[in-house]
Ligand binder design. Structure first.
Ligand code: ZN
Length: 96
């Protein structure tokens, strides 16, 4: 864990205020959900994305490697659908 040097007091209801710098850094806005985890003696917070990382859809989201992907994008990734910007190019044809 990297210490930020910032500290906050816990109030009577167990709440803390996340420093504005941290909220800006992680794009955390009022109403966003945070996953709360534990790693040894540390409490970890992770923003739960409420939109598909590819198209921004808010419905039928499925978690994949801590990111949200909608059902449509999941299906396109599985089938390699070229109509929506996913082009299945053999590695030998790539020009770098
Ligand atoms: Zn999507």
């Amino acid at each position: 864990m990297v210490s930020t040097g910032m500290a906050r007091k816990v109030d009577d209801l167990g709440r803390i205020v996340l420093p504005v710098e941290m909220r800006r850094m992680f794009g955390i806005h009022p109403g966003d959900e945070l996953e709360i985890g534990v790693d040894g003696a540390s409490i970890l917070l992770r923003k739960i994305e409420a939109r598909c990382v590819f198209c921004g859809a808010e419905a039928e989201l499925r978690p994949y490697r801590h990111k949200q992907v909608c059902a449509t994008c999941s299906q396109e990734l599985l089938t390699g659908d070229a109509q929506n910007g996913f082009v299945d190019t053999p590695l030998g044809d790539l020009k770098l």
